[in-house]
Structure formats: C-alpha cells, structure tokens
Design a protein around this ligand. Structure first.
Ligand code: ADP
Ligand code: ASP
Ligand code: MG
Length: 415
C-alpha cells in the first residue's frame, strides 16, 4: 500500500461533469488499496474572474483582501469533489488551507509555505477516507489570515503535502500528458519528455513553462518527492517523471527544452551615477515594494561617471517598480527612465550545455536569422535566456525548438 498525493488543475475540474470524472480516477487509485490525498484548483477561469473583480474595485489592492477574494474558488471545488466521491461510495472529506494546517508567511498573493501540521489529514486517512485539500491557499503564521501561494500555487500545495506526509509519489494531473520539450500549444512538434531532472524542471518552470509552479519543483527537489505530470483525460498514460539527475540515464543532448515568459516588463534607467551604493539603493527601494526583479544588466560606464541600468520585473509589478524609481530619481540624478511592457523572455535549458561551448552562439544566430533583436541576455550553467520583443515570442520558440533538434526522439530513461 502506498500513500499517493494527486493534484487536479483548473481544466480538470472545470465543471461538474469533469469533477465526476476526477472522482472516478481518484476512486480507482483508492481501490488499489492506496491512501489518497487530492489537492484541487478552482474551476478553470474562476481565479481569473475573481482577480478581475478585485481589479474592478481597486487598481492597487490591499493584498490581504485580494487573497480573501481569490482563494475562494478552491473552496467550491474541494466540497464538490468530496461530494462526488461520496456519491460513488468513496468516503471523503474536504479541508481548506486552515483546516489542514497549511501555514505560510505573510507575503499575501505570493506567500511561502512555512509548515504543514496535517493533523486532520492524518486522522482522516486513518479513518480510510480520501482527503480532498484546497490548493493555492494557506493561513499566515502570526495572524491566521488567508494567504495565497501565487498563481499556479495548487501544484505547490500538492507537493508540499506530499513532502509533509512523506508520500510515495505526487501525481500532477493536468490538460497535457506530461512535460514537453516546449509548450505543445505553440509547437505542435514538441515531444513529451519521459523523465526530467529536478534542476532542469526547475529552470523550465521558473523560465515560464507553467505546467508546474516553480516552488512546487523546489519542494520536490528539497524533500526528494517523485513528481509525475500526467493527463486527466488519458490517466492511463505514463506522463513525465520529475526526479533526481542521478537516477536518469542521460543521452547526450545539449538542450532539453525551450521556455518562454510573456509576463515580463523591462525598465531602463539611463544616466545613473556609476558609484558604489547606487544599485543597492535602487534595488532595495524596489524590493521594499515587494517587486521581484528578474534579470539585471548594467553597462560599462563610458565616461566613468554615469551608466545605464536595465532590469526586468513581472508586467503587473512594473508600475510599482516605476513608483519606487521615481521616488529616487532626484536623489540619484537619474537622467531618463524607459519602461517597455511589450517584451518577453525566451530560454533554452539543458544540463548538457554545462560541458559545451557555443550553445549560446547557436541560439543567437538562430534568432538573428529571423531578424529578432536581442535586448538582454543572461546565462547560467544550464540555461541561456534572451529578452526580445513580445511579438516574436512564438516565432523564437519555434525556431529554437527546430535549431536544437528537439522534435527528434530523445532517449532519456531511468537507470
Ligand atoms: P493546470 O490548470 O492543470 O494547473 P496549467 O494551465 O497551469 O494547468 O499548465 C498546463 C499548461 O502548461 C499546458 O496546457 C501547456 O499549454 C502549458 N505548458 C507550457 N510549457 C509546457 C511544457 N514544456 N510542457 C507541457 N506543458 C506546457
Ligand atoms: N486557482 C489558482 C490559479 O488559477 C491556483 C492553481 O490553479 O494552481 O492560479
Ligand atoms: Mg497550473
């Protein structure tokens, strides 16, 4: 007998018929003699609708109240799934974030999980019930307020619960049958990756592949939780296993996947004083507004007095970052501030590139052939990212997918 955590995303629980379908998949797993905990998202489109309501009332919302509103979608689906299970004779009980003891920090709208007591989950499992838990939500450690884990956060709920309960596996059921070499909605030739390492998946997720929320992969890696990405609509398919690199027999591929992120905005400060402490002042002010800065590029100063500084932030945080810069403009004598929210980031990812020169050059020339201008570049051992104009995103992803031969079969399997 195993302990299995299953997670169903928004499309999988998009209406009552689909919820009944999910109940059958869960019942099958339970019928094998396993203990089962299920994390669910809100119905597809529901969280967007709730965010829309908040934006209609407030352009700059109090994030505590934002969480109060946007966390509600999951409360509906957990109750409905528990009912659907009971209707087919499977004892089930649902828990919200606070009922299961999912405790987070106070960073409303992007809270991080601190602890999970899971007392009630364990008690209910001992009574042989299927436990259905709300994805995406927890309660803050000191005030007991509702907090959400950032968009796509139900993945993280599932993996964190799996880690907390030392589950044997965490199955993420979604609307694609695994992790692909790139978003299969953009490149039809994209291939399913049968096995992928935590590190590669971490890069894919953080660079935009929304099939798993980045933090869910961080948790999986830290606590060594095997994660499988599988299709709700073809549950018999094996999907993708996300696991330790040591367990994977790697074929020598340079690049394993391409990711893109359209949720980027670029801010350039020109004529900034080239002196110690300036970058620190700027980025301290921005982080005080809780804005996540992604890429940073500072040019070499030509006159040894001033320089240009560019960085990217999430699109919806651009105005907050600009407000922080504006407050410093006089003090730091910033000559000009340029903001562009029509940019995107495309990235190539692969552990194979650690030992190979020329991968970045290959990427740049593939983009150049299409006349795509690169505005910013950042690299690490296992990825190269470029900021380009948003309108070229799909073209860039397709061109890079072809350039690195990802449409061809790759042999990657467990050792
Ligand atoms: P859920 O609602 O189940 O959480 P998401 O919409 O968050 O599902 O994530 C699944 C989607 O992720 C897919 O429909 C697909 O378009 C997108 N996606 C982006 N990159 C990839 C990739 N490399 N492999 C698979 N899916 C991807
Ligand atoms: N419902 C939340 C969202 O849409 C969480 C999730 O689906 O993972 O972001
Ligand atoms: Mg998701």
């Amino acid at each position: 007998m195993a302990l299995i955590v299953m997670k169903f995303g928004g499309t999988s629980v998009g209406n009552c018929e689909k919820i009944k379908g999910v109940a059958k998949i869960v019942a099958n797993e339970k019928a094998k003699g396993n203990d089962v905990v299920v994390a669910v998202s809100a119905m597809s489109g529901e969280t967007d609708k709730l965010v829309g309501f908040v934006n209609e009332i407030s352009a700059n919302p109090d994030w505590r109240e934002y969480d109060q509103v946007v966390s509600t979608g999951e409360q509906v689906t957990i109750g409905l799934l528990a009912l659907a299970l009971q209707e087919i004779g499977v004892p089930a009980i649902s828990f919200t974030g606070w009922q299961m003891g999912m405790v987070t920090n106070a960073a409303h709208s992007k809270a991080r999980i601190r602890t999970i007591s899971a007392e009630r989950i364990k008690l209910a499992l001992a009574e042989s019930k299927v436990v259905v838990v709300a994805g995406f939500q927890g309660i803050t450690e000191h005030t007991g307020d509702i907090a959400t884990l950032g968009r796509g956060g139900s993945d993280t709920t599932a993996v964190a619960v799996a880690a907390g309960l030392k589950a044997d596996v965490c199955d993420i059921y979604t609307d694609v049958d695994g992790v692909y070499t790139t978003d299969p909605r953009i490149v039809p030739e994209a291939r399913r990756i049968p096995v992928i390492s935590y590190d590669e998946m971490l890069e894919m997720a953080s660079l935009g592949a929304k099939v798993l929320q980045t933090r869910s992969v961080e948790f999986a890696k830290k606590y060594n939780v095997p994660v499988r990405v599988r299709s709700t609509f073809k549950p018999e398919d094996e999907g993708t296993l996300v696991t330790r690199e040591e367990d994977i027999k790697m074929e020598k591929v340079l690049v394993s996947g391409i990711a893109y992120n359209k949720n980027e905005a670029k801010i350039t400060l020109s004529g900034v004083a080239d002196a110690p402490g300036v970058a620190s002042t700027i980025f301290t002010a921005i982080s005080a507004k809780n804005v996540n800065v992604d890429m940073i590029v500072q040019n070499v100063s030509k006159d040894h007095a001033t320089t240009d500084l560019s960085f990217t932030v999430p699109k919806n945080e651009m105005n907050m970052a600009l407000a922080a810069v504006e407050e410093l403009r006089k003090e730091l004598k910033i000559a000009d501030v340029l903001a562009d929210n029509k940019v995107a980031k495309v990235s190539i990812i692969g552990v194979g590139m650690q030992s190979h020169a020329g991968v970045a050059a290959q990427m740049f020339s593939a983009l150049a052939k299409e006349g795509i201008n690169i505005m910013m570049i950042s690299t690490s051992e296992i990825k190269v990212s470029c900021v380009i104009s948003e309108k070229y995103t799909e073209l860039a992803v397709r061109v890079l997918h072809e350039c690195f031969g990802l449409e061809k079969e790759q042999v990657k399997e467990l050792k």
